[in-house]
Design a protein around this ligand. Structure first.
Ligand SMILES: O=C(O)c1ccccc1NCC(=O)[C@H](O)[C@H](O)COP(=O)(O)O
Length: 229
């Protein structure tokens, strides 16, 4: 997982059938939000562990977590058998440093949740923690609900683009990405990776095969374009 580039992640896997669909459509990383503060996980830890064990490289399972304690994060990733964790909570720079110290093998993604007026704060945070993080992921804040992830909302892509320019580490872009807008997002922001959840679902709240296929195809096409631009 050293040179992570042109990667497509889909988050919010709810069962083995959905994971199989995503694998068949060429998704690289599979995000499992677990132990959410709401207490309402979409999948059990046991089923997530089984799915993760069945993935074959370059496919990887990623724990999406609000945990903020390095020891707890480390223990939970070991339990699940994941090589990567996406930290969505307010983890301090000290805990990020500790996590890197105790688990140099773990690929750590830290979220940068974009609000109306916090671009400068995010840029400073990147400067502060980049050495303890392997990748950043931008996401969108929903002021109406306070949600920091899976909002289905886009944010100001100028902020994501500025974070890409500033960060010495690769950046995954997320927040309201869909089959229709992902290519424009990649061309504008030039991220190393993209991620989506809500807008790949059908009315039954499961991932829709046609939407996933188009999201992957549009992403690959745009990544190829920016590589040659
Ligand atoms: O995916 C979730 O259910 C989730 C829940 C709580 C925090 C983060 C979560 N996911 C993180 C992701 O990587 C999502 O895919 C990302 O927030 C984008 O979601 P969306 O805007 O719905 O595409």
């Amino acid at each position: 997982m050293s040179d992570v580039k042109d990667l497509v992640q889909v988050a919010g896997i709810i069962d083995a059938e959905e994971a199989k669909l995503l694998a068949e459509e060429g998704v690289d990383w599979f995000g499992f939000p677990l132990r959410l503060p709401s207490g309402k996980d979409d999948i059990s830890e046991a089923e997530a562990t089984e799915i993760i064990a069945g993935l074959t490289a370059p496919q990887e399972g990623v724990l999406i977590s609000y945990m903020v304690d390095a020891d707890e994060i480390s223990a939970f990733t070991t339990q699940l058998g994941v090589k990567a964790v996406q930290l969505h909570g307010d983890v301090t720079p000290e805990e990020l440093r500790k996590l890197k110290d105790i688990r140099p093998d773990l690929y750590v993604l830290k979220s940068l949740v974009v609000k109306e007026d916090n671009a400068e704060e995010l840029l400073q945070f990147v400067d502060e923690v980049a050495e303890f993080v392997d990748m950043f992921i931008t996401d969108t804040f929903n002021p109406a609900t306070g949600a920091k992830g899976a909002t289905g909302l886009t944010h100001d892509w100028n902020v994501s683009a500025e974070l890409v320019r500033r960060s010495p580490k690769p950046l995954m872009m997320a927040g309201g990405l869909s089959p229709e807008n992902v290519a424009d997002a990649i061309r504008f922001v030039k991220p190393a990776a993209v991620d989506a959840h809500s807008l790949l679902e059908g009315d039954d709240r499961r991932k829709d095969r046609a939407k996933v296929a188009k999201f992957v195809a549009e992403s690959r096409k745009a990544f190829a374009e920016i590589a040659t631009a």
